[in-house]
Design a protein around this ligand. Structure first.
Ligand code: PMP
Length: 421
């Protein structure tokens, strides 16, 4: 029997050994990069390490839109855990009904049906199955797009590095360049009418925060209507306020057939995702509720988090705060980049609180990430675009925290400009 399962904390070296032994090289490489930094706790925009250092968390791959462990979400989850964490799945369960009501109340009109799952990739899988159940056997996604890494979702995540070791993937998948309407039109024309499903992000996040040309999503939606293709908008990153609007679809004036939600839905507390669909699109799951099931789908403990999270985002005006803070940050970050490191930073772009800083190359992006961590600010890289560093701060950011982020960015770029000159 293994020792050490009590509450006692492993030493730094023991922890590195545990990672190496049980979790593989990826996790232990983090130890090499970040040395003795071991996460201990998190609240709001702060994450604290076991040695007592505090970091401003502008990373988390988009999860912490409402901050980490929002007290209202934690309280809702705690109460649900004490009363009933998981259900029998035989009887009706209030938590899932109330979560669905909360989420659909803020969703684009018409998306009244919900299927809950645990990760963004699972939401993609659900959408793919609904599309196929409607005879849409051709899937079209965008080059460099990201929709998860389970086998079905990976078929849509158009990056050969992630796909190649796992071929064959789903058949009938075409990738077209993001932002190019003509390429999509061509792909839709060459397939049979009513046989395709298009999957697209409003802003490509893992591709390095790529903004499409104005009107792109609306044109995609019009093409889908023309060719009777289903439209899935993947808002796992962009949804629930991240772009400074509830949905990227809303900004584009588009009502998708299906919309994928994840990350921010967690309230920084609970891994959970969802597919929203129109009743017509959801119909195959109505006809046979056993077509697509999962033991933990709609688990009360996760549903308590969903309901509380939607209420927090709404009651605290986080969507508007993301728009205002995001616009201010984007302007300030651009000014700093132009002043301190015009030869290192190619572009600072984004919408709301999804901001990408494109460096000249991948190693500079790595450097910026480490410089920011040195100055106690956590940021992320981009899975499909290594020269791009992403900032996804919480919408709860205070003016003092905002200033902290900007100072760290300024000092990091100043230091880098010296090193690279
Ligand atoms: N879709 C988008 C747009 C994403 O950004 C991500 C995660 N980066 C996913 C899907 C996959 O989500 P998960 O990692 O939870 O499977």
């Amino acid at each position: 029997m293994n020792a050490g399962l009590s509450d006692s904390r492993p030493s730094e070296n023991e922890l590195i050994d545990l990672h190496r032994k049980h979790l593989g090289r990826g996790r232990s490489q983090l130890a090499a990069l970040f040395g003795s930094l071991v996460e201990d706790s998190a609240a709001g925009a702060r994450v604290t390490t076991t040695d007592g250092q505090e970091f401003l968390n502008c990373g988390g791959y988009g999860v912490f839109f409402a901050g980490a462990g929002h007290p209202r979400v934690v309280e809702a989850v705690r109460r649900q855990a004490e009363r009933q964490a998981l259900s029998t799945r035989l009887f009706l369960d209030p938590a899932v009904g109330l979560a669905a009501q909360a989420l659909t109340s803020v969703a684009p009109a018409g998306l009244d049906r919900v299927h809950f799952s645990g990760s963004g990739a699972e939401a993609t899988e659900t959408a793919v199955k609904l599309a196929r159940a409607h005879g849409r056997r051709r899937l079209i996604s965008m080059e460099n797009g990201y929709h998860g890494k389970t086998v079905g979702a990976l078929s849509l995540t158009a990056k050969s590095f992630y796909q190649d070791p796992f071929r064959p993937l789903l058949p009938g998948v075409t990738h077209v360049p993001f932002g190019e309407v003509a390429a999509l039109a061509e792909a839709l024309r060459t397939g049979g009418e009513g046989e395709a499903c298009v999957v697209v992000e409003p802003v490509q996040s893992e591709a390095g925060v790529i903004m499409p040309p104005p009107g792109y999503l609306a044109e995609v939606a019009a093409l889908c209507r023309e060719h009777r293709a289903l439209l899935v908008v993947d808002e796992v990153m962009t949804g629930l306020g991240r772009l400074g609007a509830w949905w990227g679809s809303e900004l584009a004036g588009v009502r998708p057939d299906m919309l994928l939600v994840g990350k921010a839905l967690s309230g920084g507390v609970m891994p959970v995702s969802a597919v929203l669909a129109t009743p017509e699109v959801f119909e195959p799951f109505d006809t046979d509720p056993f077509l697509h099931t999962s033991t933990y789908s709609g688990a009360p403990i996760a549903m308590a988090a969903v309901r509380a999270t939607v209420e927090v985002i709404r009651d605290e005006g986080l969507v508007d705060r993301a728009a205002v803070t995001g616009a201010r940050l984007l302007g300030a970050l651009r000014a700093i980049a132009a002043e301190r490191a015009p030869r290192l930073v190619r572009e600072v772009r984004g919408a709301g609180l999804l901001i990408g800083v494109e460096l000249d190359n991948a190693s500079m992006a790595g450097e910026l990430l480490l410089e920011m961590v040195d100055r106690h600010v956590v940021v992320n890289h981009s899975l499909n675009a290594h020269p791009v560093v992403r900032l996804t701060p919480p919408a709860t950011l205070t003016p003092a925290e905002e200033a902290e982020l900007l100072t760290a960015f300024d000092d990091s770029l100043t230091a880098m400009a010296k090193n690279f000159s």
